[in-house]
Design a protein around this ligand. Structure first.
Ligand SMILES: Cc1cc2nc3c(=O)[nH]c(=O)nc-3n(C[C@H](O)[C@H](O)[C@H](O)COP(=O)(O)OP(=O)(O)OC[C@H]3O[C@@H](n4cnc5c(N)ncnc54)[C@H](O)[C@@H]3O)c2cc1C
Length: 451
């Protein structure tokens, strides 16, 4: 049994590692010079900068993988001071309500919305098969809840628009709570109670690694080593009795046959691969998945350049605040060892589906836009000590209204084309842990079909 994994992001690496562990001959084909995809950490003058994910929420699968590859002693917990999260209202930072009592006391919502929260369990459940996040929350609570809390939270995860995202696919738990219990509040209460009684997810926290998130793909790459080919260009994928992969590496063209191929590439890259006509037709559906662009602007300062205590994880900014930025992570408050003494690091996100052209601005313009927001919101003074900017034109897939149809078609391709599987952040969640699960799922399908 020979398997090709196209794409060496965390999804592809997790799939390949799982296959290798099960003694299956696997090769990862990565187009760039190293694996990791969106996960990129970088030191500049002793500032540890995350250009992609800043942390990951561990679940049982990612926890197991980290233990398996002996990376557990490299994990770092967030600092206690990062517990709070902020949302901006009228250019002021307010703590995100993290409990029911905080929700009823927050200045982010009016008395009217708080009353609607109280009566949320009385609202009848929808009969339709999907809803946008905005419609769902507005119906169950209020439009103000959407504008002041849901919109910035959605931007923090998807850089997306609650008026477009599907609640069923982007926030499946909320959808299930309504379907199962007729109420988000009751569902949440039951969920937390059940989880506590089962003692599940002891490490329910955002984690990173001592030298940043990239330690994870680096460790997997080291273990896979000979199973990885970097700097390759796929020239054709064809089928006869097996899957034939033609690829270029170091100016030479190679041809290899595989029993199975896992596509662990971003969805928008799959249909642009040179393939035979039958595959082209089937892969077209993947082009329908929208992606949000994100630009990451990391700025380092001396501590005295900032008025705000930065006593939290970071801040999220609702669209109605008319800021250029989506939000910032207070990186030096989140984990230890990120900056030299008496310095701070703020990582800001800009762009998203509502501002898709902004990444085309020059780095100087982007830095100016970020500094303008940070001055108003955090009291930043002067110029940064370091600046690092990266553009992700296709950063996060958007699980938009009606996403179920796309997932159904992807499932059909896997059923119709023997040996073809998909893995990635457009299938069952965008987080790093979701991608690990997605990679392992596709590897498991191959192992099952082989047995
Ligand atoms: C700015 C940003 C911040 C984020 N923050 C968080 C966070 O804090 N926490 C969290 O859990 N998640 C976060 N995410 C999401 C998470 O990082 C991603 O969803 C995840 O890393 C995607 O992994 P992947 O392997 O599916 O795809 P990718 O990382 O995109 O990997 C795909 C790989 O395929 C390769 N490739 C592309 N084309 C070809 C080709 N033709 N041939 C061969 N190889 C090819 C690419 O080079 C890449 O290595 C963030 C994402 C971004 C962009």
């Amino acid at each position: 049994m020979k398997v090709a994994v196209l794409g060496g992001g965390i999804s592809g690496l997790a799939a390949a590692y799982h296959l290798k562990k099960n003694n299956i001959d696997v090769t990862v084909f990565e187009s760039t010079s190293s694996c990791g995809g969106s996960i990129k950490s970088k030191y500049i003058n002793d500032f540890l900068i995350e250009l992609g994910p800043n942390s990951m929420l561990l679940d049982s699968t990612s926890n197991k993988l980290i233990n398996d590859i002996n990376l557990e002693n490299r994990l770092i917990k967030p600092l206690d001071k990062s517990k709070k999260r902020f949302i901006v209202k009228n250019k002021q930072l307010h703590s995100v309500p993290l409990s029911f009592s905080e929700l009823f006391n927050t200045p982010l919502l009016s008395l009217k919305s708080k009353f609607h929260l109280l009566i949320e369990p009385l609202i009848t459940k929808t009969k339709s098969s999907d809803a946008t996040v905005a419609d769902f929350i507005e119906r169950r609570i209020s439009a103000e809840m959407v504008d002041n809390i849901i919109d910035p939270v959605v931007k923090g995860i998807y850089a997306g628009d609650p008026n477009k995202l599907s609640v069923k696919y982007a926030y499946p738990k909320l959808w299930d709570f309504e379907q199962k219990y007729g109420s988000i509040l009751i569902g949440m209460k039951k969920f937390y109670k059940e989880r506590k009684s089962k003692g599940k997810h002891p490490k329910k926290n955002q984690y990173s690694f001592i030298n940043g998130m990239q330690e994870l793909p680096n460790a997997l790459s080291n273990l896979l080593d000979d199973n990885i080919k970097t700097n390759i260009e796929i020239e054709n994928i064809d089928s006869s009795t097996e899957w034939k992969l033609i690829y270029k590496s170091q100016n030479k063209t190679f041809q290899e046959n595989f029993d199975s191929i896992i596509f662990a590439l971003p969805a928008h890259k799959i249909n642009s691969l040179p393939t035979n006509k039958n595959l082209d037709k089937q892969f077209k559906i993947l082009d329908e998945i929208d992606y949000a662009p994100i630009t990451v602007v990391a700025l380092g300062f001396r501590r005295e350049q900032i008025t705000h205590p930065l006593d939290g994880f970071g801040m999220l900014i609702p669209s109605n605040e008319n800021c250029s930025t989506l939000g910032s992570i207070f990186s030096s408050s989140l984990f230890t060892g990120r900056v030299p003494d008496n310095n701070i690091l703020i990582t800001t996100f800009i762009g998203g589906t509502n501002n898709p052209e902004i990444y085309k601005k020059s780095n100087t313009q982007l830095e100016e836009l970020v500094l303008k927001d940070l001055k108003i919101l955090l009291g930043v003074k002067g110029t940064p000590l370091i600046t690092e900017i990266i553009n992700w034109p296709n950063a996060i897939p958007q699980y938009n209204f009606g996403y179920g149809e796309i997932l159904k078609e992807i499932n059909n391709i896997e059923k119709n084309l023997s040996g073809i599987f998909f893995s990635g952040n457009y299938l069952n969640g965008v987080s790093v842990s979701n991608c690990i699960q997605s990679g392992i799922n596709s590897a498991e399908k191959i192992i099952t079909s082989f047995n």
